[in-house]
Design a protein around this ligand. Structure first.
Ligand code: F6P
Length: 327
């Protein structure tokens, strides 16, 4: 193996740069050179690349975002563009490709592996932590802390005003972030897809709980952490409906993309360093079409096809603690 190609793809996540740093330094140790393709799969389709040397990956591990830029790439759904990717890989003498991203990016990688022998390895980078085959994804820890910091600040003003807040966190279709930060913030309620709440009953259920909580606690702050996409019309609409239902003004705060930015936490940098190095070593050992992950502290490889099944569970023990507290 002489040359490895690298892309970062899909929603960027703090720690992606640490993964790039680790891949390049590990590859260098094995006398392999690295080429970075820009803006996810777009860089592979359009052949936009530059060499990744030890010098240009120096002191990047802390940075949020990704030095390779990222993008979603609908063109990958078309065979002709996937063929173009293969052409680019061949033209640049790429012997192995590492894709740092989430499940959409891995689906793209899996499709490529159907039409080429060039081995591809995935590294899970997404704040959503919704990838099967790794207990944690790169970016989840930082995003959890960023969201928690924002919620703690909202708690200050909520306490001062004795107000009800709905705070929407990211996660696409996963409640990992919502449950994690909701528990840590001592949210009075958490709603996420894994709770399988009937959307028609959400308003009624929350209203009931707020009413009984306020009877027991008098005027008090009350925070509901909601995973995006749990309530179909979003946090703002939910706040309006609740306001009507209980007759007390509810405020909504959508944390949004701020959760994707910021300096990567120590946990994300070390995870990214391990998974990046393991991806290179796995390529050298001849693996293909797998993702490097960490399960119960052990480095593991999972077929790319099996990483995005949407079957990853939220921590059942945490969920149980929350449910007991609610009742
Ligand atoms: O997958 C990461 C993520 O931030 C999700 O949590 C969110 O639903 C989505 O990306 C937002 O994507 P975009 O930045 O393309 O709007």
């Amino acid at each position: 193996m002489k040359t490895i190609g690298i892309i970062t793809s899909g929603g960027d996540a703090p720690g992606m740069n640490a993964a790039i740093h680790s891949i390049v330094t590990t590859a260098r140790f094995h006398n392999i050179q690295c080429i970075g393709f820009e803006r996810g799969y777009n860089g592979l389709i359009d052949d936009i690349h530059h060499d990744l040397t030890l010098t240009n990956v120096k002191h990047i591990s802390h940075l949020g975002g990704t030095i390779l830029k990222s993008a979603r790439c609908p063109r990958m759904l078309e065979q002709k563009f996937r063929n173009q990717v293969i052409e680019t890989l061949i033209n640049n003498s790429i012997d192995g490709l590492i894709v740092i991203g989430g499940d959409g990016s891995f689906q793209g990688a899996h499709l490529l592996s159907q039409i080429t022998d060039i081995p591809i390895i995935g590294v899970p980078g997404t704040i959503d932590n919704d990838i099967d085959g790794s207990d944690y994804t790169i970016g989840f820890d930082t995003a959890s802390n960023t969201a928690l910091d924002a919620i703690d600040k909202i708690r200050d003003t909520a306490d001062a005003f004795e107000r009800i807040f709905i705070i929407e966190v990211m996660g696409r279709h996963s409640g990992q972030l919502a449950l994690n930060v909701g528990i840590a913030a001592e949210a009075e309620q958490i709603i996420c897809p894994e709770m399988a709440i009937d959307p028609h009953l959400i308003v009624q259920n929350i209203a009931q709980h707020i009413n009984s909580y306020l009877i027991d606690n008098g005027h008090a702050s009350y925070i509901i952490v909601a995973a995006e996409n749990t309530y179909p019309d979003g946090a703002l609409a939910l706040a309006e409906l609740l306001t009507k239902q209980i007759g007390i003004e509810c405020r909504a705060s959508v944390l949004g993309h701020m959760q994707r930015g910021g300096l990567a936490s120590c946990a994300d940098r070390t995870l990214a360093t391990k998974l990046g190095a393991f991806a290179v070593e796995s390529l050298i050992s001849g693996y293909n079409n797998v993702m490097s992950g960490q399960v119960n502290g052990q480095l593991t490889l999972t077929e790319l096809e099996k990483t995005g099944l949407g079957t990853k569970q939220v921590d059942p023990y945490l969920l149980n603690i929350y449910t007991n507290k609610l009742n």
